[in-house]
Design a protein around this ligand. Sequence first.
Ligand code: NI
Ligand code: MN
Length: 226
Amino acid sequence: MKLTYYGHGCIGVRIEGVDLLFDPYISENPLAKHIEISTVPADYILISHGHYDHIADAVPIAKRTGATVIANYEITQWLAKQGLQRLHSMNAGGVAKFSFGRLRLVQAAHSSSMPDGTYGGTAVSFVIESPEGNFFFSGDTGLTAEMDIVGRFIPLKFAVLCIGGTYTMDVDTAVHAATLLHTDLVVGIHYDTIPPLAIDKQQAIQKFDSVLKQLILLEPGESIDL
Ligand code: NI
Ligand code: MN
């Protein structure tokens, strides 16, 4: 499984030759200026909630690639009005099978409205169970009891967790989230994009290390095999 960090809350994951793109926000991220969205691959685009910093590049990337967008019902309705046709609507608590494996939407502790103010349904985190391993993608969330439920029943290879604080979990909270999720390997997202989300990277890595967990922090555009 290859994971690419595109900055902020956006990652790409390649599973069995299928490219998943989560929460595309690249072209307006000052830390991802060197990434050209016309080069970003996607067979599926997964959107955790309607906030601008998670959906800004979804329409142009979906139109170019022909990717199917998976999101809650309200977000897919909104994207249909933007001219997208390949949409797969789900909802918090829902489970469905795709070519990359099984996808589960778990309620996030966050809000969801579309960039134009339209109601954006329930914010979610994603759990992917694939032949190459299972992982959790937080989107924007606080610590939730759902993490413990996921961790008890689904063995995770790693978790992708927001760590920048203010709107989401901070580093200390994400350490607890990793514990609830029963995983020792975390990829950090949603930090440093704007001043309120600034973190001390070395200190963050040490905080995970002190509880025998590993925090991976990638540069925007950087990939890793997991
Ligand atoms: Ni948000
Ligand atoms: Mn966000």
